[in-house]
Design a binder for this molecule. Structure first.
Ligand SMILES: *[C@@H]1O[C@H](CO)[C@@H](O)[C@H](O)[C@H]1NC(C)=O
Ligand SMILES: *[C@@H]1O[C@H](CO)[C@@H](O)[C@H](O)[C@H]1NC(C)=O
Length: 223
């Protein structure tokens, strides 16, 4: 009986560990699988269909211009320049991507999550306050001020942010553990969905009145 129970636990643990592994991008079964955006009829299992490897070129693994600062003239004062599978088709199935983020004075990349990636960020220029919040019920804020050359990690799925605290423009490079990390912006999802979440639900969730919900909705639509 005890032995049977032991094996049950062993099998259950093994199944859980398999689940855990398969919830991330799987290890490639070939050297590469360069995404072929023209092949729309091909079956897509997870990611994109592969180009014939005979036709693959160096440019399939290349992106130029990440030294150029993004234009931060928007109401948040930040700009993300992505280098994901959409910019480098050769990233398909490799579980990796890169972004450059530029920040105007006091510019902020507002609270958001990447559903499919852990992020590791390095400050190129300036001073950034960064942070992430742990899940319920603790909801602990883990935050730090970073200087040029400092590196920080945002664990997969957790809400995080960065803000330029310095007296100059700031910039950072971040690597993400997915070819397609995804972005869930808290303001855009909650106040900017199509069709909108009803005012009653939002008023109840934030314990505010109808007017405040309308106000926040208008704000999130004008970024
Ligand atoms: C800071 O960024 C803004 C907007 O992207 C740009 O117009 C400005 O020239 C930058 N300032 C410096 C000192 O680089
Ligand atoms: C809440 O605001 C919406 C949008 O302006 C409006 O249609 C609705 O009648 C308001 N509800 C209440 C209870 O005031």
């Amino acid at each position: 009986m005890a032995t049977a129970f032991f094996f049950f636990i062993l099998i259950a643990t093994f199944n859980l560990s398999l689940l855990r592994v398969s919830s991330f991008e799987p290890a490639p079964l070939q050297d590469f699988c360069v995404a072929d955006p023209t092949n729309l009829v091909a079956v897509r299992v997870n990611g994109m269909a592969c180009k014939n490897p005979m036709f693959v070129q160096a440019d399939d693994f290349y992106y130029g211009g990440l030294h150029i600062a993004g234009d931060t003239r928007n109401s948040y004062g930040y700009k993300v320049t992505p280098v994901t599978v959409y910019q480098i088709p050769g990233l398909n199935t490799l579980g990796l991507s890169l972004i450059r983020i530029d920040y105007a004075l006091w510019g902020a990349n507002p609270p958001h999550t990447h559903p499919r990636a852990t992020e590791i960020i390095m400050v190129l220029e300036g001073t950034l306050q960064v942070g992430f919040i742990t899940s319920d019920p603790q909801n602990r804020l883990i935050t730090k001020v970073l200087q040029k050359g400092d590196v920080f990690v945002f664990p997969v799925g957790l809400v995080h942010f960065q803000r330029n605290l310095g007296h100059t423009n700031a910039s950072a490079i971040a690597a993400l553990s997915s070819q397609n990390p995804g972005l869930i912006s808290l303001t855009n999802t909650i106040f900017g969905s199509t069709p909108p979440i009803s005012n009653e639900i939002l008023a109840q969730a934030f314990r505010v009145d109808n007017k405040t919900v309308n106000h926040l909705r208008r704000k999130s639509m004008h970024v």
